[in-house]
Write a protein that binds this ligand. Sequence first.
Ligand code: DX5
Length: 229
Amino acid sequence: MARPIQIVPSVLPADFSKLGDEVAALEAAGVDLIQWDVMDGQFVPHLTFGPDVIAAAREHCTVPFEAHLMVYTPDVMAKQYIDAGCARLIVHAEACTHLHRTLGNINELGATAAVALNPSTPASTIAHVLDLVDLVLVMTVNPGFGGQAYISTMEPKITEVRRMIDDAGRSDAIDLEVDGGIGPATIAGATAAGANLLIAGSALYRDPEGLEHAVSDLRSRAEAARAAT
Ligand code: DX5
């Protein structure tokens, strides 16, 4: 059975001077969970959220947190982000020499594990770790920045990953997430290709009618695209 459509905000465009209020506003707007774009300034140029920042925001809402670890050392950082309140850690396959071990360690630490694929990384990379994850993230931009253009050539890869998940008998256990350039004009293509968890940053914060409208509009567009497939 296909996993439900979920609209998940990236906190990257939020006002960093009041993150407690910002996550409370996202929860009030109806998001399913919140994604923290953790960047180490090495794997990607920016440096963003440390575990203490996430821990401070944790007290201001009740929806689950996931950390998108755009870092070269996920093994070193994993426990800190779990202790900060992240229920899921997403690591980049490109940053992991021993991806199978890294994912297993995250599970042993008590969080669920997930793997992200940059645009140039083939879907086959995750063929032997689907038993260790509850989410696969197909990046639809090159990581490191919000507000980039959606890379539509990733849609065949989204479909390939969806097929891999289904063929592994994990359709009801693994979410297929896409991240980057998701908005009113692109969410239907990503959903029709096979995604069910859609990350949005800029599209949520630039909606003139506010967060709640943005979340509801994106959800409606994704549900309609799924119904049409
Ligand atoms: C890239 C980031 C962005 C962010 C979403 O490293 O992960 O994709 O979450 O950005 P938007 O929705 O503004 O493209």
